[in-house]
Write a protein that binds this ligand. Structure first.
Ligand code: PTJ
Length: 255
């Protein structure tokens, strides 16, 4: 983590790359996770590396859904464990949600390494260590879920997720929230609420929102959720990218 000088103009971006490499070295992150991160970085450039209004709107709806939920679950994968372990534990606490380790490229070693990392940041109950249920229609390891977690969840946050699994969770009747920088991905389009933002910005903001919105009544939370339209949000993200690129093309790129 000390390899990058703070004065580097791309310090933050390089820092998060280092975190992922460390995640790999600790046995938490899948090699494929590095590729997924690169795709995310490319979309973050297009968005402007900041939280845009449609993402804020999606986060408010997501937090409302979580505060209204009976069995809310925050799912953790290898990229998230490397990038935002502490923020994940904080977010789950603020949302009163359970934490479940749920991996696309599941191995027992990776599960244990992620569990260790989450415990370091104060996680108590961690589900997904011995999953006994299987998401219908999903073959092999990636469909295994915890009976007391994702299996019975009504609202679930699956960040940086695969489209198939998102779709399967929606088919099970769950309200699925994803955080995904690619507004065109299958999971972005299949989820009920898609936060198109970098997870490193989204998790702290969602935690703040949870603390603020906890004071709202159920009626108000239900209203926020009812008024939310994911198709419109995704289309607003694309409009943001189009307008931003158009402006940059006309004005010239900043230094
Ligand atoms: O740890 P595992 O085994 O569960 O595997 C995790 C990965 C991410 C490897 C797995 O879920 C996977 O292959 O995902 P995909 O299908 O590549 O989708 C990941 C999505 O997350 C892509 O659309 C990326 O653009 C997006 N993404 C990458 N980094 C970030 C991101 N979105 C938000 N914040 C990021 N930092």
């Amino acid at each position: 983590m000390t390899r990058i000088p703070k004065s580097h103009p791309r310090y933050w971006s390089l820092l998060y790359r280092e975190k992922l490499v460390e995640g790999l070295e600790k046995g938490m992150t899948a090699v494929e996770g590095l590729i997924a991160h690169g795709r995310g970085e490319a979309f973050d450039y297009l968005i402007g590396e900041r939280t845009i209004e449609p993402a804020e709107r999606a986060m408010r709806a997501a937090v409302a859904a979580f505060l209204l939920a009976k069995h809310p679950v925050v799912s953790v994968n290898g990229n998230v464990a490397a990038l935002v372990p502490e923020e994940t534990v904080r977010l789950a606490k603020a949302l009163n949600a359970k934490l479940e380790i749920n991996l696309f490229y599941r191995t027992e070693e990776r599960v244990k390494a992620i569990e260790r990392e989450l415990r370091k940041y104060g996680a108590e109950e961690i589900l997904g260590i011995n999953p006994t249920r299987r998401i219908p229609g999903l073959e092999h390891e990636r469909g295994r879920v915890d009976e007391n977690g994702i299996w019975k969840a009504d609202v679930v946050l699956v960040p940086l997720e695969d489209g198939d699994r998102t779709e399967a969770l929606v088919r099970m009747g769950k309200l699925v929230v994803t955080v995904d920088l690619n507004p065109l991905s299958r999971s972005a389009r299949r989820a009920n609420i898609t936060v198109v933002d970098n997870v490193v910005r989204a998790y702290p903001r969602m935690t703040e929102l949870a603390e603020e919105m906890r004071k709202l009544g159920r009626d108000e939370l239900e209203g926020i959720l009812r008024d939310y339209d994911n198709r419109l949000t995704l289309s607003d993200v694309l409009i943001h990218i189009r307008d931003r690129l158009g402006k940059l093309a006309e004005e010239g790129l900043p230094d």
